[in-house]
Ligand binder design. Structure first.
Ligand code: NA7
Length: 535
């Protein structure tokens, strides 16, 4: 173990959160070290290089707002940005703001321990980096700990296997191959049409069908770019005060108050927009009333029936086990159409469960399927997975993993009782995964930076949330969640995709704008709900 490097703040992760946090803390005059497992910046966009990987938020909205100059300099090419374009952007940001010099790459943090006598964190990585810092900021991402399917024999298969969440950097060519894909979430839905173009034969193993709509992706026009650049400030403000970090006209009516004809016209408009929140945000009760929700769900199921030629196949692809939007909906480019191709097959693993991987392929309860390659599009241990993978110890050796044994407990998704001077960017129980992530990232980073600056100005060395404030927040998040249909679905928002994970709604659905006001008010009240220790 090398000599500790002593800094004011250590940040874990050099994705969109870690980079902006580094920039802000450096501006605030702190010495900072970022530790990053990958050998470059990008986080999610570094790892998820599967064919068809794109952001489901429009490019001009899914970008940093902190620098008007950056906004004007950078020009996005398509409505929805591809992974390579986003990664190029993130690299540009790292270079433009000279961020790399404070980042150590290729080093995975394994433990972080708080020393009560010194009031400092000791952070250790797998390659022997040791950093001693007053502040520890976890910028580890919400969808960064990938999970493989829970089937025996994962290492038995003789051909190559790939996970969408850590795809080979030089790409994979499946031309002429027999390929199996397990999983039909966003990653599966984005990659399957492209895999089908390459593969000679493609078999998709579906456990739960998902709601998807066409992204309507296309090149941005010069006029659109010019107009957005001219109005960026107002747009950013609208993002920050919106419900999901994406401005939409606020709904005024219940879906059940209007005629079926009117409703379907509104849904059609949402469908044509190719925007994740367009149908979701059409009516006031889509996410709170099952009957209202059913109207949206049925609209999408009807679309599936119209696209997929074989009625039985269309039915298998139609979600029925959860309300529309309570599992993350998807945007696609030709997903349902792909199943009209003769060489594409769908296996419903609810009917014929996966039994094991064999040397030659996948065995279900019905038969063995032989493949040249298998793709796992099986998602992530979301929200808590990346944090639980690190041995984080707070006061009295308290283990974060143990503390969260029955589900994550945080105050505002930002701070944790028993863990002084530790902040989580887009942590559990914040709106993060229910929002345009970069809007939530900037809000958290700004709040944390303001907090640290305030502490310095007021001669405080430690900040820790109280158990009472944490308990009240956990209760509030659950209460607001329970008012919606989200907890009725077996989703990764609920931890249901990971066997043994507690079933808790891990996101705050109070709305991005409302949540921001609450965080700002806590700060304005002199950090209400926190204990501050003087120097
Ligand atoms: P998701 O959305 O969690 O999708 C994973 C898919 O893999 C989903 O269809 C799962 O079915 C399926 N899955 C997972 N484990 C298994 C096993 N053991 N057997 C069969 N099928 C399985 O992950 P993505 O990477 O697609 O997307 C994650 C987020 O990234 C997305 O929501 C966006 O926010 C961006 P299930 O639904 O659990 O029955």
């Amino acid at each position: 173990m090398s000599e500790p490097r002593t800094v004011d703040a250590v940040i874990v992760g050099a994705g969109l959160s870690g980079l902006y946090q580094l920039h802000r803390l450096r501006e605030a005059g702190l010495s900072v070290r970022v530790l990053e497992a990958a050998d470059d910046v990008g986080g999610t966009w570094y790892w998820n290089r599967y064919p068809g990987a794109r952001c489901d938020v429009e490019s001009m909205s899914y970008s940093y707002s902190f620098s008007p100059e950056l906004e004007q300099e950078w020009t996005w090419t398509e409505k929805y940005p591809t992974q390579p374009e986003i990664l190029k952007y993130v690299r540009h940001v790292a270079d433009r703001f000279d961020l790399r010099r404070d980042i150590t790459f290729g080093t995975r943090v394994t433990s972080a321990a708080y020393d009560e006598t010194t009031g400092r964190w000791l952070v250790i990585s797998d390659s022997g980096d040791v950093v001693d810092a007053r502040f520890l900021i976890m910028a580890t991402g919400c969808l960064s700990a990938s999970k493989t399917p829970e089937v025996p024999g994962l290492d038995r298969f003789q051909g190559p296997t790939y996970h969408t969440g850590h795809w080979p950097h030089d790409g994979v060519d499946f031309t002429g191959q027999r390929v199996g894909v397990i999983g039909t979430g966003s990653s599966g839905i984005q990659s399957i049409p492209i895999l089908a173009e390459q593969a000679a034969d493609l078999t998709v193993f579906q456990r739960t069908p998902n709601f998807s709509m066409p992204a309507g992706n296309r090149p941005l026009t010069e006029d659109e770019i010019r107009e957005m650049k001219a109005n960026y400030r107002a747009w950013r403000e609208a993002q920050r005060t919106s419900a999901f970090g994406v401005p939409v006209r606020p709904a005024t009516h219940s879906a059940l108050e209007v005629s079926e004809e009117e409703r379907n016209a509104v849904y059609q408009d949402g469908w044509d927009q190719g925007n994740l929140v367009a149908i979701l945000g059409s009516y006031t009760d889509t996410l709170t009333n099952k009957e209202a929700n059913d109207t949206a769900a049925e609209f999408v199921r009807d679309k599936i029936r119209r696209i997929v030629k074989d009625p039985e196949l269309a039915e298998t692809l139609s979600p029925r086990s959860f309300p529309y939007g309570t599992k993350r909906p998807c945007l696609d480019t030709g997903y349902y159409e792909t199943f009209n191709k003769e060489h594409v097959h769908l296996v419903d693993v609810r009917k014929t469960p996966l039994v094991e991987l064999t040397e030659r392929g996948v065995r279900t309860s019905e038969q063995e399927y032989e493949f040249d390659a298998i793709v796992f599009a099986t998602g992530f241990d979301a929200m808590t997975g990346a944090l639980a993978a690190i041995d984080i110890r707070g006061r009295n050796g308290l283990s974060l993993k143990e503390k969260w044994g029955e589900g994550p407990r945080t105050y505002l998704g930002l701070a944790i009782a028993g863990f002084p001077n530790l902040f989580t960017i887009t942590g559990p129980l914040s709106p993060s995964v229910l929002s345009n992530m970069i809007v939530s990232i900037e809000q958290h980073v700004d709040w944390v930076t303001d907090c640290i600056t305030w502490m310095q100005e007021h001669g405080k060395t430690a900040i820790e949330t109280t158990t009472e404030a944490e308990d009240a927040w956990v209760e509030h998040v659950a209460e607001v969640g329970a008012y919606t249909l989200y907890p009725t679905a077996d989703s990764w928002y609920m931890g249901s995709n990971v066997p043994g994970k507690p079933r808790v709604f891990m996101a705050y659905i109070g709305g991005v704008g409302t949540y921001r006001q609450q965080c700002d008010q806590v700060a304005a009240d002199g950090y209400r709900g926190f204990t501050l220790t003087p120097a």
